[in-house]
Design a protein. Structure first.
Length: 742
């Protein structure tokens, strides 16, 4: 068939050339030019094409944002700070200053139009998600307190901002805009709170279940709603030029809000009840939801109060049931936060030229703006919280949290800048203020905690083998399995133990209003099993990007004696298929293998590469990593020790049921005979179902019939280095590293 069609194509081309010979001569582009030169010319033209430039800009932005976000998360700061810094670094302040040619090529003024439009789309989607994540029922439940705290944290800094505007207007605003919109934008800029950043900090510090954390989230949500309504009114005033003429816009806005809340919201609620199951959320429904979002944004843009307000309202009126909102959030949030929103940060960075603050006086003005912004929020939130009965510690913490401005501040600043209300110098000052006030939140919370000195001292029962045990899990079913394992090893003695369970949600921005529901779902199997066994378990739910770091800090700070966590097949693969083993064949260059293993043991790899490696290194207490390979009823278990230091693990077998047989084996060869003799005498004082295996029995034979194997960490390292294929055939096993020796 190919031959026939190829022959047909040759015939058609020959016939076509006959037509060409009878037609007038046509000049062919590139005729007479060398092919290599023609290729270079084509390549150069393609690089400068608007679509190519947009894609190159997006690549550079995403790379920079990921790098800086990771760095700031590593420092314990919200990733959004790193994303804002990435925008400034790619702007004229850093890239344009040190590499002007690269900056001019990458962000040429005539190439920024498409980037600006895409960043605006990202903002619409982001504000839509923020609106969906707001739970008005939570605000209503805490209305008596949050109305006071949130409004005080707006009114006080707004007044301070207006006073500040009065003093700086002659120098920075006169001749640029009239005083009224200038003062209003200064006021709202110091009054805004970044609800997403605040919620993220509360989740990372596990404050969601505390009175202060719940109050902070509800107050910030109330602040968000009030501030965006105020911003809509301020934009209307700024566009109209006076308060009186803006009344028409505000009246039309009131009609729009009534339409959205009285007609659209009930209609969407009915649709949400029909499509409550996420499996039947069809593309038609998703398209309809996006249509509501776009229409709402279009109406508010036409009314003169900015399309972002319409996107925010569209999110609020979405159906309240959890399944529907979760599906819609998953469909929108990743694209909005990962792809589009970084474009907005960089576009803001392109407008932020820190070099405009080129003398000590301007930096002094910047410092005054920062101090006034912090003081206004801190006084408004902290004093009002104290008036409604909160402690000084919680009141100050609320004041610090409400000072986080982050992304919301940048949105307000960009609106004011585009409207010509905020000059470039004030814009730069406020960007620096947004970074500073957001960055200071976590350190200030730690200082307040240290100052208060009210950390709870957990009770440590003296009779228990491990007075405090921490169970860490990701999959809810794993929590139940780990609790069963602890009960099997420690028997009824575990009832005298302080057992805590922590569930980490990794790398997600969970809706803070839904944390109680997510927590209930995560701990349901474990609580059910704890009730059956008669064990009291303290639970802790946390969202984090640094699982090992957070768990190690919790274990070390809480003084836990044993940390139990689960692992999957990747745990085995990370030890049996390490990089050195792939590069250097076994039996060759053994010294290089030993060097790599030494580095891997004493210098943990980054957390993202392998979490289990770092768990053993970072946690000071005894650590057990359990790999479940279909564990069932246990009647025959084994323990593999390496040296005398591992002998402490024998205490894990003291409370085994009478029908369970346990066999202990020595893996290490150093002083093997002496250690074996010593171990045999120790086992004489243990129950009769605990015995020492024969010295010359092969390990493969030792494992036969075992349902569970307990290995010391040193024995595990030795096995994975010398018999990796046998490790892969292990039954369910628990690798235990005893408490680190000081």
């Amino acid at each position: 068939m190919l031959i026939v069609f190829a022959a047909g194509m040759v015939w058609i081309i020959q016939k076509g050339n006959l037509w060409e010979s009878s037609a007038p001569a046509v000049s062919v582009p590139g005729e007479g030019v060398r092919p290599s030169e023609l290729f270079v010319r084509s390549l150069t033209g393609n690089i400068g094409h608007p679509l190519s430039m947009l894609l190159l800009q997006i690549i550079a932005i995403l790379l920079a944002v990921r790098v800086f976000s990771y760095l700031f998360k590593y420092l314990g700061q919200p990733g959004v700070i790193g994303e804002i810094v990435a925008g400034i670094v790619l702007g004229p302040s850093v890239l344009g200053y040190f590499f002007p040619e690269a900056f001019s090529f990458l962000f040429a003024p005539d190439s920024l139009g498409p980037l600006n439009i895409m960043s605006q789309i990202g903002l619409f989607l982001f504000m839509f998600v923020i609106g969906m994540e707001l739970d008005l029922d939570v605000i209503r439940k805490k209305a008596s307190e949050t109305l006071v705290i949130s409004h005080a944290s707006i009114v006080v800094p707004f007044f301070f901002g207006a006073v500040l505007a009065y003093f700086v207007y002659p120098e920075f605003g006169a001749g640029h805009t009239s005083f009224l919109p200038f003062a209003l934008f200064i006021g709202i800029s110091v009054s805004i709170t970044a609800f997403p950043v605040l919620a993220r900090i509360i989740q990372e510090r596990n404050l969601g279940k505390t009175q202060m954390g719940a109050l902070a989230i509800a107050s910030a949500a109330n602040n968000d709603v009030t501030a965006w309504c105020m911003l809509a009114a301020i934009i209307a005033v700024a566009n109209a030029g006076s308060v009186v003429s803006s009344l028409y816009t505000l009246g039309a806005t009131a009609v729009y809000l009534a339409f959205m809340f009285l007609l659209v919201r009930p209609f969407l609620k009915k649709m949400g009840e029909i499509y409550n199951n996420e499996e039947v959320v069809s593309k038609t429904l998703v398209a309809f939801i996006f249509l509501v979002l776009i229409l709402s944004s279009y109406i508010t843009e036409v009314l003169g109060i900015h399309a972002l307000f319409g996107a925010f309202v569209a999110g609020i009126v979405m159906p309240a049931n959890l399944g529907f909102r979760r599906v819609m959030t998953e469909k929108v949030e990743d694209v909005a936060l990962v792809l589009f929103l970084p474009l907005f940060f960089v576009f803001t960075g392109l407008r932020t030229e820190i070099g405009l603050l080129n003398n000590a006086y301007l930096w002094g003005v910047c410092a005054v703006f920062i101090l006034v912004s912090i003081a206004g929020k801190l006084l408004g939130a902290a004093l009002s919280a104290r008036l409604v009965g909160e402690t000084w510690k919680d009141s100050l913490s609320l004041g610090v949290l409400m000072n986080t401005r982050g992304l919301m501040e940048l949105i307000v600043l960009n609106i004011g800048y585009e409207m010509g209300v905020l000059p470039s110098s004030i814009f730069v000052i406020f960007v620096i203020m947004a970074l500073f006030t957001t960055f200071m939140a976590t350190p200030c919370l730690m200082l307040i905690e240290k100052w208060s000195g009210r950390k709870k001292k957990a009770v440590r029962p003296e009779r228990s083998l491990f007075p405090k045990v921490l169970i860490s899990f990701g999959n809810p079913a794993s929590g139940r399995t780990l609790l069963d394992l602890a009960y099997f090893l420690f028997g009824g003695n575990i009832r005298e133990t302080h057992v805590s369970a922590v569930h980490y949600t990794i790398g997600t921005d969970a809706n803070p209003f839904r944390i109680p529901e997510y927590s209930e779902e995560s701990f349901a199997p474990l609580r059910q099993e704890a009730n059956r066994l008669g064990i009291e378990v303290e639970t802790r739910y946390q969202v984090t990007d640094h699982y090992v770091k957070e768990m190690a800090e919790l274990a070390n700070r809480g003084g836990y004696d044993l940390v139990l966590t689960g692992a999957g097949p990747a745990f085995i693969e990370s030890y049996t298929h390490s990089l050195p083993r792939q590069l250097v064949p076994p039996g060759k260059l053994d010294w290089l293998n030993r060097l790599f293993r030494w580095l891997d043991r004493y210098f943990p790899r980054p957390e993202g590469i392998d979490k289990a490696h770092n768990v053993f290194h970072e946690v000071h207490s005894s650590v057990g990593v359990f790999v479940n390979r279909g564990i069932g009823e246990m009647t025959d278990i084994g323990m593999v020790l390496y040296n005398r230091h591992d002998q402490v693990l024998l205490s894990c077998l003291e409370f085994l049921p009478g029908h369970v047989r346990a066999e202990v084996r020595i893996r290490g060869r150093e002083n093997h005979a002496d250690f074996r003799s010593e171990l045999a005498s120790v086992l004489e004082g243990h129950p009769g179902n605990l015995r020492l295996s024969e010295a010359d029995i092969p390990l493969e034979k030792f494992l036969e019939g075992k349902q569970l194997v307990l290995l010391s960490y040193q024995a595990w390292i030795d096995l994975t280095e010398k018999e990796p294929e046998l490790v892969k055939r292990f039954p369910s096993f628990l690798v235990v590293r005893p408490r680190k020796r000081k």
